[in-house]
Ligand binder design. Sequence first.
Ligand SMILES: NC(=O)c1ccc[n+]([C@@H]2O[C@H](COP(=O)([O-])OP(=O)(O)OC[C@H]3O[C@@H](n4cnc5c(N)ncnc54)[C@H](O)[C@@H]3O)[C@@H](O)[C@H]2O)c1
Ligand SMILES: O=C(O)C(=O)C[C@@H](O)[C@H](O)[C@H](O)COP(=O)(O)O
Ligand SMILES: [Zn+2]
Length: 372
Amino acid sequence: MSLQKHHVRVGLPQQHERSYSIHIGAGLLTAFTDLIAPRTLPKQVLILTDANVGPLYANTVQQQLADRTVLVHTINVGEQAKSLASFTEVMTTLIEHNFNRDSAIIALGGGVVGDLAGFVAATFQRGVDFYQVPTTLLAQVDSSVGGKTAVNHPGGKNLIGAFYQPQAVIIDTNCLETLTPRDFACGLAEVVKYGIIYDADFFSWLEVNAQALLQRDAETLTYAIARSCEIKAEIVAEDEQEHGIRALLNLGHTFGHAIEAAAHASGDYKAWFHGEAVAAGTLIAAQYMQQQGEFTHADVARIERLFKQFELPIYAPEMPLSQWQGYMQRDKKVKAGKLRLILPTAIGRAEVRTVTDWDAVSQAILARSAPQ
Ligand SMILES: NC(=O)c1ccc[n+]([C@@H]2O[C@H](COP(=O)([O-])OP(=O)(O)OC[C@H]3O[C@@H](n4cnc5c(N)ncnc54)[C@H](O)[C@@H]3O)[C@@H](O)[C@H]2O)c1
Ligand SMILES: O=C(O)C(=O)C[C@@H](O)[C@H](O)[C@H](O)COP(=O)(O)O
Ligand SMILES: [Zn+2]
């Protein structure tokens, strides 16, 4: 392990020109324009950011674009801003400032900014280049990589979106110094996911290094980010549009998205953050497999211990089962009306399975729900 800069490649087969690099290191924000070479930015650039991140980091990027027309569009903070209303506002900004296809968008922020910026980039004049500059741990290990872009609908999470890859991902690990503990923990939930679905050794490494991670030790954190990006890059390179293995990245999300959507429907955008809902959802999936006799109690306990150490929730909120079912039926993995869940079979291994026994799913949900 070293503090050296890391470089991970997202190879997209048969479409070489769409492959891109993920650069990871301390202070990379100041080298944005050097790092995106050989890509060059067009004359018009929109930096999309949010009201927390803009004041902290937009100047550093903007200074490197002095010879370009740069516009900074700032959205409100939080999940509520990942909406069609924000999408329309950004589009209006682009249109009113006469942006055309020869322009680029830089997503500077967490997953909300990244998902929205990517969807704008995918659809503005049918597609312009975009660059991901993720500033939360969650965005650095997950949402900036792989090209899932989206906004939410009141009926559910990420229901409107497109697969659209960035030109490059620039990860400055120094940005994590200003992140709240709660948002930092959310990123760790997605890091743990990679261990469960893909890499038992990485999961064990996380157990050993949990305290160092929580203390944001630079070397430990850089390794966790790089390994997460490597795993995501491998999976996306094999299955860009989620016809197979990519679905594993959705571990815990069918449950987690239901938790988030229900909270949002009640007007509460702060009760459950994405990473928290994924943690609770992951334990429901593990519980289901334990009930089926296909996942050991000891392994459920390992996941639970790690989430507890990372100060993540280990129980979902109590909700009527009909509400769970309603949201879960809108999951994008549903096929022919049947739920398909990502289920762990061991630490380091998971499968996509069609699940028709709603009673068994309900039992797992109830066992893993608690009043908040
Ligand atoms: N596209 C994908 O593959 C993918 C993967 C995972 C999650 N997501 C989506 O990502 C979103 C969650 O992302 P998130 O957890 O980054 O949330 P977020 O974008 O809301 O950021 C969390 C909070 O951190 C603040 N923030 C961001 N960077 C900061 C910094 N460096 N210092 C201080 N504050 C900072 C933000 O203003 C916000 O308040 C969800 O909408 C989720 O659905 C998408
Ligand atoms: O990249 C993927 O594929 C993922 O599923 C990553 C998830 O962590 C992420 O939350 C994603 O946005 C969920 O996608 P969805 O298709 O369930 O909306
Ligand atoms: Zn996620």
